[in-house]
Design a protein around this ligand. Structure first.
Ligand code: PEP
Ligand code: MN
Length: 339
């Protein structure tokens, strides 16, 4: 349930509503829009009589939210949420944000070269895995803390932000110290203790959809982070498992408009993991932007054939440049820029 305050409601009236909610043992979350404040009620809603609240001064109306992810819902926060990520970079506004870099940090040379390639295309957010969740225990597992350091140094040299995955609660402090955006990978979308751990930081989170998870489950995973007070969450469609074997996963393009309808959190598309093949990354990236994505996260490698992970889907420099050019044209066609 959310309480929509009148646009002229005073701070005291909002405080009064919050106090009243807390006095019956429930919790209140505030969403301060440009026009009005919305108070979200968290807890057993049977304790709330909507008519009582509707009669209180400053209240415009009480709205039932049927979706279990209340704080993520557009009802709670109607306007598109624009997240400040640092260094003047935002996601969720008019510009589509590009995040690019290798699947994994393999060493300083590879990472520096990749950072130069993506920065040359105007990219402000460098991706790269230091802690890698690999399907096989024998595959390259990432450089860990050393990898984080390499990422940070390369990004700082080019005034870029870092997005990197955190795979365990134990690593959250060290990753949060070095990274600007914490990525929760598809395999950890439903790792609720990890979601709580990143919810307790004040770092922006890029939450990827589980490969076998529904849109509702993704929204409820985001709810864990939001409920702990971390409001900077972006959601990522990265392909789901279907019966179709010709690509690594199947990008659920529907998820983009469906998520935009259900939530005002920014939506990102990952065409690299969705397709698994470099040749298909550009077209799927274009489709994501055309469907309304607020960002793309793309794997790029100076020499994909030598990559230690996900080489087949990593774009070499020239293909990345082409993708950027095409994405800019698609974005322009729907009145958006690319950042
Ligand atoms: C990644 O971004 O490198 C990654 C492992 O992605 P996902 O969690 O979507 O598989
Ligand atoms: Mn990868």
């Amino acid at each position: 349930m959310v309480i929509v305050m009148e646009s002229e409601a005073t701070e005291e009236q909002v405080d009064g509503i919050v106090g009243r909610i807390e006095s019956i043992g429930l919790r209140a979350h505030l969403s301060q829009g440009q026009e009005r404040t919305i108070v979200g009620i968290i807890g057993d809603e049977r304790l709330v009589d909507p008519q009582v609240f509707e009669a209180l001064a400053g209240v415009e109306r009480v709205v039932q939210i049927l979706h279990p992810a209340k704080l993520a819902s557009r009802d709670f926060h109607p306007a598109d949420r624009v997240l400040d990520l640092g260094k003047g970079v935002q996601i969720g506004g008019n510009d589509v944000l590009i995040m690019a870099g290798p699947c994994a940090v393999e060493g300083p040379e590879q990472l520096e070269a990749t950072a130069d390639i993506v920065a040359a295309q105007g990219v402000r957010v460098l991706r790269g895995g230091a802690f890698k969740p690999r399907t096989s225990p024998y595959a390259f597992q990432g450089l860990g803390e050393k990898g984080l350091q390499i990422l940070r140094e390369a990004a700082d040299r080019l005034d870029m932000l870092v997005v990197t995955e955190v795979v365990s609660n134990h690593d959250v402090p060290v990753v949060a110290e070095q990274a600007d955006i914490l990525q929760i990978g598809a395999r950890n979308m439903a790792n609720y203790s990890l979601l709580r751990a990143v919810g307790q930081t004040q770092k922006p989170v890029l939450l990827k959809r589980g490969l076998g998870s529904t849109i509702d489950e993704l929204l409820q995973a985001a709810e864990y982070i939001l409920d702990l007070g971390n409001q900077r969450v972006a959601l990522c469609e990265r392909g789901i498992r279907t019966f179709e074997p010709s690509t690594r996963f199947t990008l659920d393009i529907n998820a983009v408009p469906v998520l935009k309808h259900l939530t005002s959190l920014p939506i990102v598309v990952d065409p690299s993991h969705a397709t698994g093949k470099a040749a298909f990354v550009g077209p799927v990236a274009r489709a994501g932007v055309a469907a309304g994505a607020d960002g793309l996260i793309v794997e790029v490698h100076p020499k994909p054939t030598e990559a230690l992970s996900d080489g087949a889907q990593s774009l070499p420099p020239a293909m990345f440049a082409t993708m950027m050019e095409e994405v800019r044209r698609v974005a322009a066609a729907i009145g958006r820029g690319v950042a």
